[in-house]
Design a protein around this ligand. Structure first.
Ligand SMILES: NC(=O)c1ccc[n+]([C@@H]2O[C@H](COP(=O)([O-])OP(=O)(O)OC[C@H]3O[C@@H](n4cnc5c(N)ncnc54)[C@H](OP(=O)(O)O)[C@@H]3O)[C@@H](O)[C@H]2O)c1
Length: 220
């Protein structure tokens, strides 16, 4: 499958490693330009491109940049993606350490992924946001393995969500349907499921135990 990855850091880099190893045709972009991605390209066989080119022809586009940088993505960067493409949003809002205060999230109560959707002008599927980047390399397990980790996945587009859940399965993880994007506060930072390294049952339970109140440490 053709997959575009925008962001080549902890998560984008490791998704590039795993998805190329699985035989996918991966285009990857960062903010500084393709010439700065030589090492990752040599290691993985991915194609380094600009952020404007990453989505071209892609069935799945992964947006994995710091939340504060989502508004910097080039206008029309999703133009030219394949018919029915899905966008994965791995993002989290860290107002104190990284992103600064975003009023629409804190005052209007938008979930972090709804805010991102509005910025990029396309529905997203929220996945991997609570997954340790290293686990993408070190914790894949075959289906049915008792130690297989489960990841929550939220999104309003059922077809796109299913496409992403199939990819997660291929990567060696179970997934749990965590509802729509308005429900995705259940998997935001500091919730019980965030960073949880457990299977389906524990993930379902953790999602049900989340509080909609934004924790003090995650307010700007
Ligand atoms: N680290 C984790 O374990 C982890 C786990 C789950 C979710 N997340 C979330 O996933 C997102 C990415 O995290 P990360 O740790 O992978 O970030 P990171 O290591 O800081 O990497 C960020 C990447 O985004 C690129 N970028 C920034 N602005 C861009 C733009 N305008 N156009 C294209 N690329 C741009 C950067 O490119 P340059 O280097 O060229 O600037 C860099 O490759 C964050 O929201 C984070 O909270 C992280």
């Amino acid at each position: 499958m053709k997959i575009g990855i925008i962001g080549a850091g902890n998560i984008g880099g490791n998704l590039t490693r795993r998805l190329t190893a699985l035989g996918h045709d991966v285009s990857v972009a960062n903010s500084r330009g393709p010439e700065t991605l030589t090492a990752l390209v040599e290691e993985t066989g991915a194609t380094a491109v600009t952020a404007s080119e990453a989505a071209r022809g892609a069935e799945i586009v992964v947006v994995t940049v710091p939340l504060k940088n989502v508004p910097d993505l080039p206008a029309g960067f999703l133009d030219g993606a394949a018919e029915g493409f899905a966008v994965i949003d791995t993002g989290n809002y860290y107002p104190r350490e990284r992103d600064g205060r975003i009023a629409a999230i804190e005052d209007e109560g938008l979930t972090e992924s709804r805010w991102t959707e509005l910025r990029i002008g396309h529905p997203v599927v929220k996945a991997f946001n609570g997954t340790y980047a290293q686990d993408l390399l070190e914790r894949p397990r075959p289906a049915g393995d008792p130690d297989r980790l489960a990841l929550p996945v939220a999104g309003d587009d059922a077809v796109a969500k299913e496409k992403v859940r199939l990819l997660i399965d291929e990567l060696g993880f179970d997934s749990v349907d965590a509802g729509g994007i308005d429900d995705s506060w259940r998997q935001q930072p500091d919730t019980p499921v965030y960073g949880l390294r457990e299977g389906v049952g524990a993930v379902v339970k953790a999602l049900s135990e989340a509080s909609p109140e934004r924790p003090e440490g995650f307010r700007g």
